[in-house]
Design a protein around this ligand. Structure first.
Ligand code: CP
Length: 342
């Protein structure tokens, strides 16, 4: 904990994020275009660092009145604990009111109402729509049928950009930088939307990725093409051992996503494929931190929780600050305004 505090104390706005860049981003944030967050791929390096600085402001003081009078809708067509509750907490801490649902069976979508009609209806009531949906591309589609900003809270196996913002914030806090890191992604790289978003965001920071997955759950070809097109180094492994992870700065564990399998026999074959145990951490780097978007099933043994390298619960806490920043940003509230707010 002390180690984390020391690192957090060193967590400063990067030098290259100059006053000029900041004022340009601040100005752009005041423009009135649709400000949806659909994919992290649309964020520049400067914008990502700007958002991390905003998250840092919220970590220093989470309770503010920046969204007084606003209404945030949370539409969750798929189950969630962290994403929904941290967005709702973020909205509450900023003074907004929250409407929405966590069970689509209790809405008119169960009577056949289309996603388009649902989004148009909720747009009559809310200033921001945070949506999780089981269909890939649903957030993009929603953003095209309304002027209300859509925040993608996960669309199928595709993207999870708000998770990526909190992952980046967690990496920055624990490593003191986002640059030149060895990032090991482990588990379900086929269906895991968090790893897809993370690798896209990291293209700005010269990472080396190690993809550790069984053949059935390998990183999809489209993301490997993305890596090659953006000069991102990667290696693929099927072995998950102490030796394989010895050089890791970040070990990003993932759950095998049962709900995405069409063949449950295949899920049964791979569900226990990798389990991280505390003993495997003995010879890892001192700066290693273990991340996991959660929920976990069995891929991290409980004895790992005692390790100072386990960071997944703090990571989830960082989600509150990252999501406060996202809610402000999609409404055009600038970092200057956050800093000036008392
Ligand atoms: N990380 C994440 O998306 O968790 P939830 O499914 O609980 O929201």
């Amino acid at each position: 904990m002390a180690d984390e505090k020391n690192r957090a104390a060193c967590f400063q706005l990067p030098q290259f994020l100059t006053t000029f860049t900041l004022s340009k981003i601040n100005k752009n944030n005041n423009d009135m275009e649709n400000r949806s967050l659909v994919t992290i791929a649309e964020h520049s390096k400067e914008k990502i660092l700007y958002m991390l600085e905003m998250a840092k402001q919220f970590e220093e003081r989470p309770n503010r009145h920046l969204l007084d009078g606003k209404v945030v809708a949370t539409l969750f067509f798929e189950p969630s604990t962290r994403t929904r509750l941290s967005f709702e907490t973020a909205a509450n801490r900023l003074g907004a009111r929250v409407i929405g649902f966590s069970d689509p069976k209790a809405t008119s979508s169960s009577k056949g109402e289309t996603l388009k009609d649902t989004i148009k209806m909720v747009s009559n009531y809310a200033d921001i729509i945070v949506m999780r949906h089981y269909l890939e591309g649903a957030a993009r589609y929603a953003s095209e049928v309304t002027d209300v900003p859509i925040v993608n809270a996960g669309d199928g196996a595709n993207q999870h950009p708000s998770q990526t913002m909190l992952d980046l914030y967690s990496i920055y806090k624990t490593q003191g930088t986002l640059e030149n890191l060895n990032i090991f992604l482990v588990g379900d790289l086929k269906y895991g939307r968090t790893v897809h978003s993370l690798l896209m965001a990291m293209r700005h920071f010269n990472p080396t990725f190690h993809f550790i997955a069984p053949d059935e759950l390998k990183m999809p070809e489209e993301y490997k093409i993305y890596c090659r097109e953006h000069g991102i180094r990667y290696e693929e492994h099927t072995d998950f051992s102490e030796e394989t992870i010895a050089e890791a700065d970040i070990l990003y564990m993932t759950r095998v996503q049962r709900e995405r399998f069409t063949d449950l026999m295949e899920y049964e074959r791979v569900k226990n494929v990798y389990i991280l145990r505390k003993k495997m951490l003995e010879h890892t780097r001192p700066n290693l931190r273990i991340l996991h978007p959660l929920p976990r099933v069995n891929e991290i043994a409980y004895d790992v929780d005692e390790s100072p390298k386990a960071y997944y619960f703090q990571q989830a806490q960082n989600g509150l600050y990252a999501r406060e920043a996202i809610l402000c940003d999609v409404l055009g509230i600038t970092l200057d305004e956050v800093i000036m707010d008392h």
